[in-house]
Design a protein around this ligand. Structure first.
Ligand code: SF4
Length: 322
C-alpha cells in the first residue's frame, strides 16, 4: 500500500556529537553520526534502513522523531517543518510518531499489567473515553495476535516475541501516522522474527501504517520493505526498490547482498568479504567514506565525495563508478 504524497521528508540531515576530554572537559573531537542524509517516506510505505552497526541508522531514527536534536538539515513531517520544534511544540505530534524498540522489555514497567501498560498512552492522549479503555486494549491485543488473558499478565510472563507484540500494540494504540521500528526483531529467534515481520506487514496493509524499519540485516529488511536505503558511516550509499535488490549497483550493497543466503543454488552469489572494520565515525575517511574497504576503489575515491545520483529509475547510487 503506497502513494506518492510524502509523509516524511528529511533533507541533508547532519548530526554530530561532541567528544569531551581533558581536565576541563573541552570538546576534543566530533562523532559524525549523520553527514547529509536525505530520505522520503510515502504514506503507507515501508522503507527499510540497513547498514552495519555504527552507520548512523539508529541516530537517523531518533533524530527524525526529535528524540535527539539535528545539527543541520530539515525534517518535514506531514507538511510541517518540525526541525526546530521545541519539546512543547512536539507534544501534540508525539502520538503521530511512535517508536518500537529492539528490547520492549526495557520499556515495559515490570510491575504493571499489560492491560495497564497499553491503557497508559490511551489515557495520556485521551484516545477513547475511560469506560471504553478496556475494550480498546483488548481490541489492540487481538490486532497484534495476543489472547485476552494477556490483559491481566505481567511482562515477565511473556516470551520475547510476545513482548514485541505488546510493544507494537502500545505503539499502535495512539493511531500513529509513522512508526520507527529500531531493530525490532534482532533479539528474537529466526522463526519468531518471521512472525513479527508478518505482523508489521499485515498492519501496513490493513491500516496503511507507514514504517521506517531499521535493521543491520538485509535479509530481514528486504522481506518487509517497499524500498531499501543502505547507509554506511553516516551517509546514504544506495536507495532502491526492495524488489530490485538483485540489481543493486553500489559495491557496499553488493557486498551486503552477497552475504544473504539464496534458496536457489543456481543463483548462488559469490560471498564478498570486506577487508577490515568499519572506520571510526570520529574520523571518517576522506572522499568516499567506503574507499578504505571498497574492492573497486580508484584514486578519485580518496578525495572526492560521490553524490547520491539517479542511476536508473527508482535507483539512486553514491559511487563514482556508477
Ligand atoms: Fe567504491 Fe569508489 Fe564507488 Fe566509493 S566511490 S563505492 S570507493 S568505487
Amino acid at each position: 500500500m503506497q502513494n506518492s504524497m510524502p509523509l516524511l521528508e528529511v533533507k541533508n540531515l547532519v548530526k554530530t556529537f561532541p567528544v569531551k576530554g581533558g581536565f576541563f572537559g573541552k570538546t576534543v573531537g566530533e562523532v559524525h553520526a549523520l553527514s547529509g542524509v536525505s530520505l522520503f517516506l510515502g504514506k503507507g510505505e515501508i522503507v527499510g534502513l540497513v547498514g552495519e552497526s555504527g552507520c548512523g541508522k539508529t541516530t537517523l531514527g531518533r533524530t527524525i522523531l526529535k528524540l535527539t536534536e539535528p545539527t543541520d538539515g530539515k525534517i518535514i513531517f506531514h507538511g510541517k517543518n518540525i526541525t526546530s520544534y521545541s519539546a512543547e511544540q512536539m507534544r501534540p505530534l508525539r502520538r503521530e510518531m511512535q517508536i518500537v524498540f529492539q528490547d520492549p522489555y526495557a520499556s515495559l514497567n515490570p510491575r504493571m499489567t499489560i492491560g495497564n501498560a497499553i491503557s497508559e498512552p490511551l489515557k495520556v492522549h485521551k484516545i477513547v473515553p475511560r469506560k471504553e479503555l478496556k475494550e480498546k486494549v483488548l481490541e489492540l491485543l487481538s490486532v497484534v495476535g495476543l489472547k485476552e488473558d494477556a490483559y491481566y499478565k505481567y511482562p515477565h510472563e511473556f516470551s520475547g516475541g510476545q513482548r514485541q507484540r505488546i510493544g507494537i500494540a502500545r505503539a499502535l494504540s495512539v493511531n500513529p501516522k509513522l512508526v520507527v521500528a529500531d531493530e525490532p526483531v534482532s533479539a528474537l529467534d529466526v522463526s519468531i522474527q518471521a512472525q513479527i515481520i508478518n505482523l508489521l506487514s499485515d498492519l501496513n496493509q490493513q491500516f496503511g501504517l507507514s514504517l521506517l524499519f531499521i535493521s543491520h540485516d538485509l535479509k530481514v529488511v528486504r522481506h518487509i520493505s517497499h524500498r531499501v536505503m543502505v547507509m554506511y558511516l553516516g551517509r546514504v550509499m544506495e536507495v532502491l526498490d526492495a524488489g530490485d535488490l538483485s540489481e543493486a549497483k553500489h559495491p557496499y550493497t553488493v557486498s551486503l547482498l552477497s552475504a544473504v543466503p539464496v534458496a536457489d543454488p543456481k543463483h548462488k552469489r559469490k560471498r564478498i568479504i570486506l577487508a577490515g572494520d568499519v572506520p571510526s565515525p570520529l574520523n571518517p575517511p576522506s572522499g568516499c567514506v567506503f574507499h578504505t574497504r571498497c574492492p573497486m576503489a580508484i584514486e578519485r575515491c580518496k578525495t572526492e565525495i560521490p553524490l547520491l545520483r539517479e542511476a536508473e529509475k527508482d535507483n539512486q547510487v553514491a559511487c563514482h563508478l556508477v
